[in-house]
Design a protein around this ligand. Structure first.
Ligand code: FAD
Length: 408
């Protein structure tokens, strides 16, 4: 089949590779000039299922012990019911299965060389406050019941594992998630692009897809930066536009139930590698993640509601990230040093109501979707691409497709 893939972030590139490998003729459209210029540019690249990060509308951050009102997302989602622990456990199981499906895929093999061998192998979720940990207990129990290999740790054990951890910062409890990996998604996207080109995938960069006409064939109308316009026909189109790509399904009247979240990162050079975090560290109450990437630290979080056409955030939006680093690992990175050694970045992700991505056919003939991966798009990209390919090629899917169905 001739297939248009809209979006050249982690999701679109993985999808293009999987579809091309099974014999389809692929054109990737992206409005940007190079791949991974939006959410896939600056994410943390952590690969861990059940990651206690905002996922879905049901105030999932509260499930980790965050008190209502203490985080912007608890306000955003306050009208929606809390996700019960069982629902988070179901989400974690789905993520585990999707990651397992992607783990042995061709797409993952191409990205294996980009996984930082020196990076964290565990994730430690830290609670400063016993009460917050107690509030998170039902979630932790449900995740453990769902098979997530979580281990509870006492402060003394945590300090032994993390000699650089600030002894003056209160620490109540931690949960340890083993077997996580860290990569640089943008670098992976560059590799995937090379592989895709070698497989015969055509890239139409600098092309914004403006119109989609469902049917047989599907008509894809595009416009370039210099205002050239054109239309091409395909047997199918797969929407992988992430947070920037919601206009297309909406223009077709597809009510995706997806909302937007903005997240931020700070990248700084390590000053003292000996004091650097050995595990990936998640501050449960602030929902901020600290990960070592080679000689640099990446601090990510600050998730909050976003709108489609919004300008850049003011500089103080990154304060919770600097504050979290200062609390746990003061002085480990050069965050206040000379200009240029610290980079800040923000990106918008698309998140579904229940945190599960939307993968499969839409109600419009010829239009498919692989969107709504929220804070887990890097980890889920290979598995999501594999599932999409199985469904689009008419194969028996390896996972129950209802879990990620577009209409649910
Ligand atoms: C701060 C932060 C930290 C994160 N950390 C992690 C992490 O540790 N682990 C993890 O798994 N995930 C993480 N994520 C999430 C992850 O980055 C995203 O889920 C993932 O990058 C989404 O990829 P995508 O390809 O779906 O979307 P994007 O990367 O946004 O790509 C979509 C592409 O579609 C293009 N596009 C949209 N509309 C059109 C159109 N009409 N025509 C042409 N092109 C179009 C855009 O230009 C863009 O290039 C993080 C996100 C943030 C913000």
């Amino acid at each position: 089949m001739r297939i248009a893939v809209v979006g050249a972030g982690v999701t679109g590139l993985a999808t293009a590779l999987e579809l091309a490998a099974s014999g389809h003729q692929i054109t990737v459209f992206d409005r940007r000039q190079t791949v991974a210029e939006e959410a896939s540019y600056g994410g943390t690249g952590l690969n861990a299922h059940g990651l206690p990060w905002p996922s879905g509308r049901g105030s999932s951050v509260q499930a980790w012990g965050v008190s209502p009102g203490a985080h912007p997302l608890t306000r955003l989602f306050s009208r929606h019911p809390l996700q019960p622990p069982e629902q988070l456990a179901q989400l974690a199981r789905m993520q585990r299965d999707l990651m397992a499906l992607g783990a042995d895929s061709m797409v993952s093999r191409f990205s294996a060389t980009s996984v930082d061998p020196d990076s964290s192998k565990d994730l430690l979720v830290l609670w400063k406050d016993d009460k917050a940990h107690e509030r998170a207990r039902p979630t932790l129990d449900a995740l453990a019941d769902a098979g997530l290999p979580l281990a509870g740790l006492e402060p003394a054990q945590i300090h032994k594992l993390e000699p650089g951890l600030n002894p003056d910062t209160p620490l109540a409890r931690a949960a340890r998630v083993p077997e996580v990996t860290v990569a640089t998604p943008r670098q992976v996207c560059m590799n995937w692009r090379q592989q895709a080109l070698a497989t015969g995938v055509r890239f139409a960069m600098g092309h914004t897809v403006r119109t989609l006409q469902p049917g047989t064939p599907v008509r894809v109308g595009w416009q370039t930066v210099d205002q050239r316009q054109g239309e091409e026909i395909f047997d199918a189109a797969v929407l992988c536009g992430g947070g920037a790509g919601l206009a297309l399904p909406r223009s077709l009247g597809l009510k995706s139930g997806i909302s937007l979240m903005r997240g931020r990162t700070v990248v700084a050079a390590l000053r003292d590698p000996l004091l650097a975090p050995r595990a990936a560290i998640l501050d449960a109450e602030r929902q901020v993640l600290i990960v070592q990437h080679g000689q640099r630290l990446r601090v990510a979080g600050g998730f909050g509601p976003a709108r489609a056409q919004e300008g850049p955030s003011p500089a103080n939006a990154w304060h919770p990230l600097f504050q979290t680093l200062d609390d746990w690992f003061p002085g480990v990175a050069d965050v206040r040093a000379r200009q240029g050694t610290v980079q800040t970045w923000e990106g918008v992700v698309a998140v579904s109501r229940d945190g599960r991505p939307m993968i499969g056919a839409t109600s419009m003939p010829g239009i498919w979707m692989n969107m709504g991966h929220g804070t887990q798009g890097w980890a889920l990209a290979p598995g999501s691409a594999r599932l999409l390919e199985e469904l689009l090629s008419g194969k028996t899917p390896s996972l129950d497709p209802k879990l990620c169905a577009v209409e649910r």
